[in-house]
Design a protein. Structure first.
Length: 97
């Protein structure tokens, strides 16, 4: 069973729907204390800029910044949420059940 969620007019799913990709996106949250909501907001904006209304193969994880990045700047937060997925145009009549 394919599960869908929607945020800011963009549908998210972990499944590969077999639709033509408009582009792959990789979004890193702006700070350590960013929430999944913040990450989805940034990803939704990116998807819309590519002309899509859905992100399929959606995944997110928490990843550490490069150690060199921390040495050359005074950054106390060293981990961020990273979201990836393929932007597609999901037809309005797509069966979501």
């Amino acid at each position: 069973m394919v599960r869908f969620t929607e945020f800011n007019g963009v549908t998210f799913t972990e499944a590969n729907l077999g639709l033509e990709s408009l582009g792959e996106i990789v979004v890193r949250s702006r700070g350590q204390n960013s929430s999944l909501r913040d990450l989805k907001q940034e990803m939704a904006e990116e998807a819309k800029s590519l002309g899509g209304n859905c992100i399929m193969s959606f995944q997110y994880s928490q990843r550490a910044d490069s150690p060199l990045k921390n040495v050359f700047s005074l950054k106390w937060d060293s981990e961020r949420l990273v979201g990836t997925g393929d932007v597609v145009s999901l037809p309005e009549n797509y069966d979501r059940s």
